[in-house]
Design a protein around this ligand. Structure first.
Ligand code: PXL
Length: 274
């Protein structure tokens, strides 16, 4: 069985980051080791959440694993906390790096043209550095625009997306994927670039007009789980895009109208059976 380490916060209530990554990647058949970067009572869409930073635990946990000769087939990073933490995580990735290990970075920090409240431009720069040690990066358009210094656009064409991908590629990841890319009215999906083959891949599915917290984490966790079970990056992106859209649709149809996260628990069995 493959073993993957995922490094993100624990939002105890809220269905995002580790509370999505752990069940989804495990359900897809990979041993999922976690390194929590912070414990929050809920995700940051709730008011008055508590937050305990766990930066001082990263080094001792890493050292213990090293002393146990732990080996990972992949490392997946999501929502992190501080610049110092990203430096620590870069060090951790370097310490565990092997030739055939997958490093998947989702530089979670912004959406809809805006940085999340906790973050600033120094944090953006640090995330760009983290992207440079990854094999696959999956920013959304906002995150990519911040990291590359390109203008953020709500309305765009494929040339804009290709230019963003070109600039992202300069960070040095093997594969750069932009999420939340709408190239046609009523559709949304991903567009990626593989620097080793020079190939682009575009996948568009139906756009569902609803936003939920944690859907980016659901997409990334599904991609990671599928990559770990041997799928190509293009298949992993397509499966993750379809699964995320389907889960949003199922959530919208829930008469209880959940608002803080999606009903991935209802759809996970279908994903496992894929
Ligand atoms: O889904 C990304 C995410 C993860 N963790 C926390 C968040 C967010 C998005 O805002 O607040 C704590």
């Amino acid at each position: 069985m493959k073993r993957l380490l995922t490094i993100q916060d624990i939002s105890c209530l809220g269905k995002c980051s580790l509370t999505i990554a752990l069940p989804v990647i495990s359900a897809l058949g990979t041993e999922t080791v976690i390194l929590p970067t912070a414990v929050l009572s809920t995700h940051t869409m709730f008011k008055n959440f508590t937050c305990k930073d766990l930066s001082d635990q990263i080094e001792p946990i890493k050292n213990h694993w090293k002393s146990e000769n732990v080996v990972f087939d992949g490392i997946y990073t999501g929502y992190l906390g501080t610049i110092e933490q990203i430096d620590q995580i870069k060090g951790l990735i370097a310490d565990f790096r092997t030739d055939d290990m997958l490093v998947f970075v989702d530089p979670v920090m912004a959406d809809n043209g805006k940085l999340y409240p906790a973050f600033d431009m120094d944090y953006v720069k640090k995330n760009a550095e983290l992207c440079s040690v990854a094999d696959i990066i999956v920013p959304n358009i906002t995150e990519a625009a911040f990291m590359t210094g390109m203008e953020y656009r709500e309305k765009y064409d494929e040339d804009y997306i290709r230019e963003l991908l070109g600039k992202l590629n300069e960070f040095g990841a093997k594969i750069s994927v932009l999420t939340g890319v709408s190239l046609e009215e009523g559709k949304t999906g991903v567009m990626g670039y593989d620097s080793q083959t020079g190939e682009y891949y575009t996948y568009q599915n139906k756009r569902i007009d609803a936003t939920y917290h944690g859907t980016g984490d659901l997409f990334s966790s599904t991609c990671v789980g599928e990559l770990m079970r041997g799928k190509s990056w293009k298949d992993a992106m397509r499966i993750a895009a379809d699964y995320t859209a389907h889960t949003i649709e199922v959530t919208l149809n829930n008469p209880k109208k959940p608002w803080y996260g999606v009903d991935f628990e209802a759809t996970l069995p279908e994903l496992m059976g894929n």
